[in-house]
Design a protein. Sequence first.
Length: 106
Amino acid sequence: MREGSLEAPTRHRLDWQNPEFYDQAKAEKELGRVFDICHGCRRCVNLCTAFPTLFDLVDASATMEVDGVAKQDYWKVVDQCYLCDMCYMTKCPTCRRIPGTSTSRT
């Protein structure tokens, strides 16, 4: 998909049969990476409740950065996502696909 194009996004399959899909430490590390990018951009704040949930957690943290958000609170954000791909359709600036998610771009 090209920036600014009218092309429909491609929905990619979740690799749910891969044992790494269920590795919580890997998931938390990747969520931290992605959340840090989201926190810096905030382009998608009005698309769904996942983003305001994330930003409220970051803004309420001691550091006002993702590293100040408790790992167990990451799941509050995840629970708000229903894989609508609105973030993907608005050309999310994450520099690479998010492995194991519908928004992965490779």
